[in-house]
Design a protein around this ligand. Structure first.
Ligand SMILES: *Cc1c(COP(=O)(O)O)cnc(C)c1O
Length: 366
């Protein structure tokens, strides 16, 4: 059986390091925020090439607090993509704002800046591009439009730890950026986790207050805040794993290259690796109108796959009140109908990659 992701195999390669990291927290007895979290924040900020990182308890919380710190208020409109995990839109909703969806670029599967300008209205205050599958959205045109209309940019970098855009890391490309450390992400905790990164000290200090009940000092609540704190054990694990992230991303890149070589001449569509950057292959998606049959074929050959994501956000029941209908975002809808994610994790062997790719090719020929 080839799993879709294999967290256990990775754990075994770093067992001693994370064991030591966790023991360190147990010995100190400080379990929530504290020194371990602060050290992780410094190390992760420096990894992303920004001044500040604030650890929180999930990527969703990170998006929520970034939007609040950016002063997104009820009635605002925030432009994002529907081709994403629903949390991107949910966080906009938490602020009482309205998600406005633009279509994706059919090659990169990320926000298409051509649709941006016409989506901007008098209540638009922010743009949230998503670096889907580990590849950065094309940020320069997005930033030009944001600047011209005085809009804030918050990157959803939950799938893009370490990805590059024109030599700059995901997380350093907007006013703020949000990461998830859900276990299966490129940098994953042993539980839930997330972070906001930014070069702006004011955003960072507002977010630090909001994640901890709005306290400016213990029991002094200047805002109604949240309990979105990062746990010390997760920070300690993340510190240990951060030192391996580049190696793991390189391994993913090798697997992606092999998949591409095998699948190049097939009838499949693969996302284009855009020349503006280097993706980190959180997901390796392929696209075919024959998706469901191919998924069944792989399943019969003991290969686990995923679908990211089968129903785009604008067609989800939870967002029906926004008034979108089928056909509104044709590229997004095609992608959702055709996408199939192959096994992708650093510890895959090249035999496994070639077995998966050959099974895909055979499945297409049937
Ligand atoms: C994982 C993910 C999130 C949410 O992160 P959680 O840590 O699960 O809350 C948000 N956006 C995208 C694109 C994601 O992949």
């Amino acid at each position: 059986m080839i799993p879709f992701v294999d967290l256990r195999t990775q754990y075994l390669t770093i067992k001693d390091e994370v064991g030591d990291a966790i023991s360190r927290v147990l010995d100190k007895g400080q379990f929530v925020l504290g020194e371990e979290v602060e050290l992780f924040e410094q190390e992760f900020a420096s990894y992303c090439g920004v001044r500040f990182a604030v650890g929180v308890n999930s990527g969703t919380s990170a998006l929520h607090l970034a939007l609040l710190a950016g002063k997104i208020v009820p009635g605002d409109e925030v432009i994002t993509v529907s081709m994403t995990f629903a949390a991107t839109a949910a966080a906009i909703r938490y602020c009482g704002a309205k998600p406005v969806f633009v279509d994706i670029d059919p090659e990169s599967y990320t926000m298409n800046s051509n649709g941006l300008e016409s989506a901007i209205g008098p209540r638009t205050t922010a743009i949230v591009p998503v670096h889907l599958y580990g590849q950065c959205a094309d940020m320069d045109p997005i930033r030009d439009i944001a600047r011209a209309h005085n809009l804030m940019i918050i990157e959803d970098a939950a799938q893009a730890h370490g990805a590059l855009y024109k030599g700059h890391r995901a997380g350093s490309l907007g006013n703020m950026a949000c990461f998830s450390f859900y276990p299966g992400k490129n940098l994953g905790a042993f539980g839930e986790g997330g972070a906001i990164v930014t070069n702006d000290g004011e955003y960072a200090s507002t977010i630090k207050i909001l994640r901890d009940h709005g306290q400016t000092r213990k029991y002094h609540h200047d805002f109604v805040g949240y309990n979105y704190r990062l746990e010390a054990i997760q920070a300690a694990v993340l510190r240990a794993k951060l030192t391996h992230l580049d190696d793991w991303n390189r391994a993913r890149d090798l697997h992606a290259g092999e998949y591409r070589r095998f699948l190049r001449d097939s009838r499949l569509t693969l996302p284009r690796v855009m020349d503006y950057g280097e993706p980190v292959h959180h997901i390796f998606p392929i696209f075919t109108p024959d998706r469901d049959r191919l998924q069944g074929h792989l399943h019969n050959h003991e290969i686990a796959t995923g679908i990211h994501y089968p129903i785009p956000v604008h067609l989800q029941r939870a967002y029906a009140d926004l008034g979108y209908k089928k056909g509104d975002l044709p590229e997004t809808e095609r992608a959702a109908a055709e996408t199939l994610s192959l096994p992708m994790y650093p510890e895959l062997t090249s035999d496994e990659v070639s077995f998966v790719a050959k099974t895909v090719i055979r499945g297409l020929e049937l």
